[in-house]
Design a protein around this ligand. Structure first.
Ligand SMILES: N[C@@H](CCSC[C@H]1O[C@@H](n2cnc3c(=O)[nH]cnc32)[C@H](O)[C@@H]1O)C(=O)O
Ligand SMILES: [Zn+2]
Length: 444
């Protein structure tokens, strides 16, 4: 007997072996998909009616700093280095584990409501992020972000924190949490530190998550320091392998792209963040052409400023079309693949497709909406017209986290209250109390 049977939906399996089903059923048992087809020949504890909806794999967001929801709109429209060094880093120093827990809970709420079932994260107080993920039921690949700035003491203490995080949380939350090592970037970490992290990750059999060539300034800095760009430096120290997830990868030469392809590095593309921070345009069509696994991501809320992967999908498609002045360069199906199949591949999880044996991580998107009418092509609507708020039901690990628009795994109002209280720790003079927290008559 299945735990859950989803009926009457258009099943976008994303599985090339089975193709999509105009009307089909998906059965889930013990957290895994046990049936995908026209009609399930058995009973189920719970039926979900997906009439007029698309049932698809949950979206996979492969680069986030989830706790940064607290800094959403905190310091916008500033040059990237100034933004990070003068605003973000000083304020992050004021945030403790309780604040980050509240921020990541808010991030998870936002992600669940917009159809993301798995995210990869790199941030401070990552144990608090793990607790938030455990509590809400999402799936995540978490890393403690490490920076040494060439200081051997800082390198040692960062690596120790990273190792402890890996030891404590690998496979936590019933396997929903996986861990990665998170050296921040080639220009904020020394070569020695990057080598040490690489070695430790191989020893522990854990993947690595890093920012690579996000800005032209990084490219210039690396050329000055090492006489070569980040990709060549990392390649020369044996850093690259198929267990590496590299975010951004904007300032790449043809040769850099070949290195990424040959070493099997996974690229996380953050089009909205890259446009907002004026970082540049990653050569995604060329990377895909060379066989690099490119997935999609929001980046943190301070540079996006939300976590809606539907917005990211549309932006990715539009950006590369106009950048190449060729609208055939990337189509809706390719974008959907990046947001599902490719993301799951980068994180090494059995998700991203609705397929027997895979995790019961899926979402239901309501197509009975004015902006999705009429319906000729499901792929087109999902990428060019749908929004995160069209997602009505979300399952992770076979558990229903949201049903018919009702979030079941947390109290939405409480999450907003806690996050707003945590944001006070920034000491910002500009914080506006929209929830009325300082007004006793608004107490609930
Ligand atoms: N602060 C820690 C480690 C940093 S975690 C990851 C860092 O990435 C930062 N971050 C967020 N968005 C971006 C981006 O777009 N580019 C570069 N760094 C970013 C974020 O603010 C956070 O400080 C330490 O010093 O050891
Ligand atoms: Zn980032």
């Amino acid at each position: 007997m299945a735990d859950i049977l989803i009926k009457n939906g258009y099943i976008l399996t994303m599985d090339p072996d089975t193709g999509d089903l105009k009307k089909g059923e998906v059965a889930i048992e013990n957290g895994r998909i046990i049936y995908v087809g026209l009609s399930y020949n058995g009973k189920a504890d719970k039926i979900i009616d997906a009439s007029g909806s698309v049932v698809m794999p949950g979206l996979v967001n492969t680069h986030n700093h989830a706790g940064m929801t607290l800094l959403r709109g905190y310091a916008d429209d500033l040059p990237l280095a100034e933004w990070l060094e003068d605003y973000i880093w000083p304020v992050e120093a004021k945030l403790g584990p309780e604040e980050i827990y509240a921020g990541v809970r808010l991030a998870c709420l936002e992600m669940i409501k917009s159809g993301t079932t798995t995210f990869a994260d790199m941030y401070i107080h990552e144990q608090a992020a793990a607790r938030a993920v455990e509590d809400c039921g999402m799936r995540a690949a978490l890393s403690y972000g490490m920076i040494d700035f060439g200081d051997p003491e800082r390198a040692e203490s960062s690596l120790l924190k990273g190792r402890n995080f890996v030891k404590d949380f690998n496979g936590a939350a019933n396997g929903r949490i996986s861990v990665m090592y998170g050296p921040h970037a080639p220009h904020t970490c020394s070569q020695q530190f990057l080598q040490d992290v690489r070695e430790q990750a191989r020893k522990d059999d854990v993947k690595v998550h890093i920012h690579v060539l996000e800005t032209e300034a990084e490219l210039n800095q690396m050329k000055e320091k090492y006489g070569k760009c980040s990709v060549n430096m990392l390649h020369d120290i044996g850093f690259f392998d198929s267990d590496v997830l590299a975010a951004h990868c904007i300032w790449l030469s043809e040769g850099d792209m070949d290195i990424l392809a040959e070493t099997g590095v996974h690229v996380s593309h953050d089009p909205v963040s890259n446009m907002k921070t004026a970082a540049g345009i990653a050569p995604v069509p060329q990377l895909l052409e060379k066989g690099v696994n490119v997935s999609l991501s929001t980046d943190g809320c301070a540079s996006n400023n939300n976590l809606d992967m539907f917005g990211v999908m549309k932006t990715a498609a539009l950006l590369h079309k106009v950048n190449s002045m060729d609208l055939t360069v990337i189509d809706a199906r390719k974008v959907l693949e990046m947001a599902t199949v490719n993301g799951a591949k980068a994180l090494g999880i059995e998700a991203g497709m609705i397929k027997e044996g895979y995790y019961g991580d899926l979402i239901v998107v309501d197509m009975k909406r004015p902006h999705l009418t009429p319906l000729y092509d499901v792929d087109s609507h999902l990428v060019y017209s749908a929004r995160g708020s069209d997602v009505t039901t979300v399952l992770v690990d076979g558990k229903v986290l949201m049903e018919n628009g009702q979030v079941l795994c947390m109290d939405e109002y409480e999450i907003m209250v806690e996050a707003s209280k945590a944001a006070k720790k920034t000491d910002s003079q500009h914080l506006i109390d929209v929830l009325g927290l300082n007004d006793p008559s608004a107490d609930q």
